[in-house]
Structures are given as structure tokens and as C-alpha cells.
Design a binder for this molecule. Structure first.
Ligand SMILES: *Cc1c(COP(=O)(O)O)cnc(C)c1O
Length: 368
């Protein structure tokens, strides 16, 4: 009998969320972002869940090749481009689109020989100050890239720092779009700007922001980049982490629970022990009182999360006992809510799902 902890991936929800992207940004083509093992869902499952996407985008060169081996025939985009000259031939061999964000990458493309033309995505740094050419360097970079005979289409891209918060006091999406338009003035080519935050706020930004391609990640996985609830955007969870109660302790006032004896009971309580801990990817920083669902009912974490187990309050759920179903996140418990409680974001929880967790596939409805 395997440990009852399981991550169930809902391919039906992935399809639904992709349809939501298309509703938010009609007319734009969609890169389904499948970096980081499809945000913890598995690359191959990402490919199947987003089979309706116009292309798949990721970071890892070896996984881009893997997508081709798995039979993905539509575009593939390397969001950070290549890391080394030895990767350049892969671009034409496997027909990979490549971001180009620095002069060193342009120099590699100038020196490389390609068996077929390649498509590039020239990246502008519009205030994120991570990757890309500054707006005032962009035209020169574009001309140099344009002069490479093997380069076919050049898409113009940038990345938003604060698309989840439209009125961000330091840097707004509108300001980034303004810088982008200034830097790209007079250059032809498809535009690719929006991440999930941009897609979700397209309606408010419609006057300023237009995309030929969008690059949503987290919203495809039923999470949001900001504080708002995914359900408010019509998104469905794509990963349910579930387990069972494997032990129960009846405690009385003055008893403590777990490492550090961090929690002390003020009265009689029933404590359920759940087979899930930080070695499974559950955040160790999740606080006492953090949310959990037992047999369909809301409950809370008690004391500290340990490596293989965590403890929950069953006092108000008298029928719960060994074998009761526990949802850690997903169906009935938004991952963003669990992440917020633990001081992190849903992205991190999904991506940190540990290899020892069994992964299955199943429809959301069967868990809801
Ligand atoms: C990860 C990534 C995205 C997706 O971001 P989300 O916030 O998950 O939508 C888009 N573009 C680039 C360049 C990325 O690295």
C-alpha cells in the first residue's frame, strides 16, 4: 500500500484555463508556459493539457528538445534563449524559437551555422531590470539581429514586473508599455508582452496593450499572480494535493503538539496526523492556523509542519479519523490561499512538489 499522499493533475482544468486565456485576449496567439516541469505538473502533462495552445514556452533547452521528442509539432520558445554557443545548432535542428536578450547571444547567433532559418524574440528591458536591452539600445540590437541571414522572423518582447497590480506605485504596466512602444518605434514584427497578470487585466488595459502573442503561466495552472482569487477570474485548480489522516491523538489542556512544542492546547482537542510534510513540498513555514480541508470541511494546521507529517485540528469534525480524506491544496482549497498563509506564492508550491509524491491524473469534478 503506497503512502496516501497524491498529487492529482486535472487536465480538464488545464484546458478550461487555456480557454479563459483566449477569452481574456481574443485574437492573440497563446504560448502555454511549461517551464519548471510545467509548474510542477509534468512536462508531458503540460503538453497534453495545453494541446490547444499555439506554442509552448519554457526555459530548459533539454526540455525543449524533449517536447519535440514527445511529438509537439507547433512552435516552442526558449524564454531565456540559449546559454552557450553549443546550444545554437539545436535551434534549427529542433525548430526552436529563441529569446535574444543580450549582445553575447547575438554574437553567438552571428557565428553559428544553421541548417534552417530560425525565429528570434528580441527582448526589451522596460523596467524589470532582469533580462533584455534597454529601450535606447533596442533599435541597434534589432538591426544587428536583422542582419543575420539565418534569422527569419523577429518578435518583439518584454516582461511586466507588476502586472498583478495595475496601479503599482513604482512601475505600472502602462509605463512599461509606453517604454516598449518608444523603444520599438518603427520596427515591424509581432509583439509579445503579457504574462498572466497582463492577460487577466487585458480588459482594463485594452486601450494601451496589444499582443500578437501572450505568455501566460500561472493562470493556466489555476493560480493568480496577485492577491485576487483565481475563482474570481473563472480559473480552475489544475493540481490537487491530497492525503489521509494516518493517526489521531486525543489531547487535553496543557498538552503540546509537534516539534518545538509550539502549540499548547487550552482544552480537549482531537489532533489528526496527515501524511504530508515539507519533504513533499508542503511549505514548512505554513503557520499554525493555516487552511486545510478534511472530509470536505475546513480545518486548520496545528503546530509545526514536520518532514513527513503535519497535524490538523479535528475537534470540530468528530466523524473524521484514520483514513479521512485531506486536501492540502487544489479542489476546494485554492493553492493561493495556502501559499498566502505560508508567506509565499502558489507558483512556489506547485514548482516545489517533491519527486517522492505520486502523481496521478483525474478530473477536477471527481475531487470537488
Ligand atoms: C515565466 C514566464 C512567463 C509566465 O509568467 P506567469 O506569471 O506565470 O504568467 C511569461 N514570460 C516569461 C518571460 C517568463 O519567464
Amino acid at each position: 500500500m503506497p503512502r496516501p499522499l497524491r498529487a492529482t493533475i486535472h487536465l480538464d482544468s488545464m484546458q478550461h484555463n487555456l480557454a479563459r486565456v483566449r477569452e481574456c485576449t481574443p485574437g492573440a496567439k497563446v504560448w502555454g508556459v511549461v517551464k519548471a516541469n510545467a509548474y510542477g505538473h509534468g512536462l508531458e502533462r503540460g503538453m497534453r493539457g495545453f494541446a490547444g495552445a499555439d506554442g509552448l514556452a519554457l526555459i530548459e533547452t533539454e526540455n525543449a528538445v524533449r517536447l519535440r521528442e514527445l511529438g509537439w509539432t507547433r512552435p516552442v520558445l526558449l524564454l531565456e534563449g540559449i546559454f552557450d554557443a553549443s546550444d545554437a545548432p539545436l535551434l534549427s535542428k529542433y525548430n526552436l524559437n529563441s529569446a535574444v536578450h543580450c549582445l553575447e547571444q547575438i554574437a553567438i547567433l552571428e557565428q553559428a551555422s544553421f541548417e534552417r532559418p530560425i525565429d528570434a524574440h528580441l527582448k526589451m528591458n522596460t523596467g524589470m531590470n532582469r533580462l533584455g536591452f534597454r529601450p535606447d539600445q533596442f533599435q541597434a540590437a534589432w538591426r544587428r539581429l536583422r542582419a543575420i541571414p539565418a534569422v527569419r522572423e523577429i518578435t518583439l518582447m518584454t516582461h511586466f514586473a507588476n502586472a498583478d497590480e495595475l496601479e503599482h506605485p513604482r512601475l505600472t504596466v502602462r509605463e512599461q508599455v509606453r517604454r516598449f512602444c518608444t523603444g520599438a518605434d518603427g520596427i515591424d514584427g509581432p509583439r509579445s508582452l503579457s504574462n498572466s497578470g497582463g492577460v487577466l487585466h487585458q480588459a482594463e488595459l485594452d486601450a494601451e496593450l496589444s499582443n500578437d502573442w501572450v505568455r501566460p503561466g500561472i493562470m493556466l495552472y489555476g493560480g493568480t499572480p496577485g492577491g485576487k482569487a483565481a475563482a474570481d477570474f473563472g480559473l480552475l485548480p489544475t493540481m490537487t494535493l491530497s492525503s489521509e489522516i494516518i493517526g489521531v491523538q486525543e489531547i487535553v489542556a496543557g498538552d503540546n503538539v509537534g516539534y518545538g512544542s509550539r502549540f499548547q492546547a487550552e482544552g480537549p482537542m482531537r489532533i489528526g496526523v496527515v501524511a504530508c510534510g515539507y519533504a513533499d513540498g508542503y511549505p514548512r513555514h505554513a503557520p499554525h492556523g493555516g487552511p486545510v480541508v478534511v472530509d470536505g470541511l475546513r480545518s486548520t494546521l496545528v503546530g509545526r509542519v514536520s518532514m513527513d507529517m503535519l497535524t490538523v485540528d479535528l475537534t470540530h469534525i468528530p466523524n473524521a479519523g484514520v483514513g479521512s480524506k485531506v486536501v492540502l491544496w487544489g479542489a476546494g482549497l485554492p493553492i493561493d490561499e495556502v501559499a498566502n498563509a505560508a508567506g509565499t506564492i502558489g507558483y512556489e508550491l506547485m514548482c516545489a512538489l517533491a519527486p517522492r509524491v505520486q502523481v496521478a491524473e483525474g478530473e477536477l469534478a471527481a475531487h470537488g
